[in-house]
Design a protein around this ligand. Structure first.
Ligand code: NDP
Length: 289
């Protein structure tokens, strides 16, 4: 049996076309603006910023990348964040990761005004996730929830297993699905080290994996017919071509034979995450008016 592919591309396009239509209704002076703050010149952060700019342009959100020298102090960076908080023309603020070691990213993220925190990193927004508020959640967590909704799976009483307990994916996803009355289990490195990962994953009707270990979840760790959402993005060398390729945390070729529905990597969660950033920016602008 081959699982149905849950592709993120068409979902992202749908979200973007709705955002674009909503923005087209606004007077020019109310066009949302997203400001990304980048410290130093990290290639990953720069390529993410490029992707953000392209996504914003597609839906007519204004985008500015504010770059600071890597020598900027944490206090000065916080000062810059506060200026953006006070600027009425700025609706969304995102701190590009990583930042240099002398800067405590959490301390800076905590300074982003909750109403402008479009990446859901301020503790106030993460706290609101406990109350089921999906709009303030980190964009990847929102993307996972949106993909789950697209499947139409009945979450009430369903066995949901989330592998990975990071603050931007695993924890918020688990809380948001718990709020939908799923029976939610969170697995992490301790679960793996105790040799208990498979015991949990094989019982999951819905399995969400956000770890960063290529092929961690094998076919025999998946319940037949389960829905599998693979958040992982890993670069590995293709043994046949010797070239670098992107894979998820799930061994796709095995999993696709067992699961009922599965997201591919690339092309699953990946395209939906930036679409959720745009949606968060539009929500932020609407709530600030
Ligand atoms: P983190 O490194 O912050 O978290 C990984 C989590 O996995 C941690 O909870 C860690 O536990 C746990 N873990 C590590 N090894 C194992 C193991 N062998 N068994 C079980 N759990 C384990 O990563 P992120 O949450 O930020 O990202 C996870 C993956 O998702 C990465 O591949 C990342 O690139 C990708 N990603 C994809 C996005 C998208 O849009 N598609 C966006 C963001 C991330 P512990 O901390 O205790 O070690």
């Amino acid at each position: 049996m081959s699982a149905k592919l849950l592709e993120g591309g068409p979902i992202a396009e749908q979200i973007k076309s709705e955002i674009k239509a909503a923005i087209a209704e606004l007077p020019e002076e109310q066009r949302p603006q997203l400001v990304a703050v980048m410290v130093g010149d990290n290639p990953g952060a720069r390529s993410y910023a490029k992707m953000q700019r392209k996504a914003c342009e597609e839906v007519d959100i204004l985008y500015e990348l504010k770059e600071f020298d890597e020598s900027i102090s944490e206090a000065d960076l916080i000062g810059e964040m506060n200026q953006l908080n006070e600027d009425d023309g700025v609706n969304g603020i995102i701190l590009q990761m990583p930042v240099p070691q002398h800067i405590n990213a959490r301390a800076v993220q905590a300074e982003i005004a909750p109403v402008k925190d479009v990446d859901g990193v301020n503790p106030a927004n993460l706290g609101a996730v406990v109350m089921g508020r999906v709009e303030g959640a980190p964009c990847t967590a929102q993307a996972v929830v949106r993909l789950v909704e697209e499947t139409g799976v009945d979450l009430y009483g369903a066995e949901v297993v989330v592998v990975g307990h990071s603050e931007i994916v695993g924890k918020p996803v688990a809380l948001l699905l718990l709020d939908k009355f799923a029976t939610t289990t969170v697995c992490h490195i301790g679960t793996s080290d105790a040799g208990m990962l498979e015991k949990h994953t094989t019982g999951a009707d819905l399995l969400i994996v956000a770890v960063g270990v290529p092929g961690l979840i094998k076919g025999n760790m998946i319940k037949p017919g389960a829905t599998v959402i693979d958040v992982g993005i890993n670069r590995v060398k293709d043994p046949e071509t010797g070239k670098s390729k992107m894979v998820g945390d799930v061994a796709f070729d095995e999993a696709v034979e067992v699961a009922g529905i599965i997201t591919p990597v690339p092309g699953g969660v990946g395209p939906v995450t930036p679409a959720m950033l745009l949606q968060s920016t539009l929500h932020a602008a609407q709530s600030q008016r």
